[in-house]
Design a protein around this ligand. Structure first.
Ligand SMILES: Cc1cc2nc3c(=O)[nH]c(=O)nc-3n(C[C@H](O)[C@H](O)[C@H](O)COP(=O)(O)OP(=O)(O)OC[C@H]3O[C@@H](n4cnc5c(N)ncnc54)[C@H](O)[C@@H]3O)c2cc1C
Length: 384
């Protein structure tokens, strides 16, 4: 039996970040991961640290954009090693990304982006300053530079996990209830007893909530992402157009492969509207979206694949997107969903406030128990 102050179920960004914050606050803890660290949403995410502009494309500052506005600054300090968790070893894929439009975009967006250019460090670029691949005669849209980072999520998960070695175990826990919350978690070869249990298992929270007969509602929003592999330029960008003003029509991040190729990982509206399409249909859909938004990119000879993955969030009426991270405590159990990678620092502060009263324990002994391996990002699984 492992005894600890806090047992965290789920080794994604939420569980791993929470463990650092909890350890810093003097609590002993253990993370239990059933698959690979970062499996689920974290390694499947696009790693963009949003500053809120993406949420404001309708032209008004939404709750989401207000909540998210401080987050890039917090991440920047962590990435510089000036704030905990120390993320100075995390690789940046890009320290800025672009927002581009097709040539037909309305004045509404132009006016909005113009106003926020001064506030958020967002900068409108003029044609002589267009970087590749926009520096050509075919591109006739607008181009903005956003000062927010794109993270290499594999190095993010690795960095957080390395700092917690000996406190991560592999397993699928069974919940043993008590009259007030959870008594313990049963694993194949041991069990874990804690003062407080944090369910940070993303979509896996659904089964845990059902199994423990708790009353917390969550929702999933399915996505059908697309991957394109080839000799592509590195591009980190949201493409917007009249067709989808409330969210990017296309979000592109680039992921280098060992063979020198780049994988473009495509999300945004493309991934939401493509959930009912088969894999071949979604690839055709992506090809036509790229052709409409980036007709100057040569995609001949590229390999294509898709990934179905769900966003897991706290329930919102009518399937709306939550604005903020969510956590709730019932007896000795905390349920949480960060909503976005970007919002994990905010989630961690809120969870810490919920568990503040817990007494300290010694670090649990995990000798002889198998630690979880690191999961693989989708582009390294899709193109073997
Ligand atoms: C396609 C996509 C793109 C995204 N892009 C961005 C982006 O660019 N920027 C941004 O800010 N956010 C983005 N997000 C959102 C972000 O990825 C998530 O909010 C975040 O990763 C959620 O982290 P998590 O740790 O809560 O969940 P997850 O990453 O899903 O981790 C949950 C972990 O729990 C484990 N688990 C599940 N059940 C159990 C169980 N019973 N026992 C033990 N372990 C269990 C899983 O194996 C998994 O490792 C994106 C999401 C998706 C799906």
């Amino acid at each position: 039996m492992i005894e600890t102050d806090i047992a965290i179920v789920g080794g994604g960004i939420a569980g791993l970040w929470l463990q650092t914050v909890i350890s810093d606050a003097g609590y002993s803890s253990i993370v239990i991961e059933k698959d690979g660290l970062g499996a689920g949403q974290t390694l499947a995410s696009q790693g963009m640290i949003h500053g809120g502009l993406k949420y404001s494309l309708q032209g008004t500052r939404s709750g989401a954009s207000e909540a998210i506005a401080d987050m890039p600054g917090v991440w920047r300090e962590c990435l510089a090693g000036a704030k905990r968790p120390d993320l100075h070893q995390v690789k940046l894929l890009a320290d800025r990304y672009f927002l581009f439009s097709d040539s037909a975009l309305s004045g509404r967006l132009t006016a909005y982006l113009g106003a926020h250019a001064i506030m958020g460090g967002t900068r409108r670029l003029s044609p002589p300053d267009f970087p590749p691949p926009f520096d050509n005669n075919v591109f006739r849209g607008m181009l903005y530079e956003l000062p927010d980072a794109v993270l290499d999520t594999v190095s993010l998960v690795t960095s957080l996990a390395e700092a917690q070695q000996g406190r991560l175990i592999c397993g699928t826990p069974t919940i043993i209830r008590s009259a007030r919350g959870i008594r313990e978690l049963e694993l194949d070869t041991t069990s874990v007893r804690a003062q407080c249990y944090i369910l940070a298992a993303g979509q896996g929270n659904e089964a845990l909530i059902r199994e423990g007969q708790f009353e917390v509602a969550m929702q999933t929003r399915p996505l059908h992402q697309v991957m394109v592999k080839g000799r592509l330029p590195r591009l980190y960008a949201h493409g917007v157009s009249l067709k989808s003003l409330d969210k990017p029509r296309l979000t592109i991040t680039s992921h280098p492969c060992d063979d020198g190729d780049i994988v473009w990982y495509l999300g945004g509206e493309l991934a939401e509207s493509g959930v009912h399409l088969s894999e071949p249909e979604q690839i055709v859909h992506a090809q036509s979206e790229l052709d409409a938004m980036l007709p100057f990119i040569d995609l001949s000879g590229c390999q294509w694949a898709t990934l179905r993955v769900d966003r897991a969030e706290h329930y919102q009426p009518h399937g709306r997107r939550p604005d903020e991270p969510y956590c709730e405590r019932q007896d000795n159990v905390v349920f949480c969903w960060p909503t976005k990678l970007t919002l994990v620092p905010m989630l961690a502060n809120r969870v810490l406030a919920l568990i503040r009263e817990q007494p300290e324990f010694d670090q649990p002994a995990t000798d002889g128990l198998e630690p979880p391996r690191l999961a693989r990002p989708p582009w390294s699984v899709a193109f073997k």
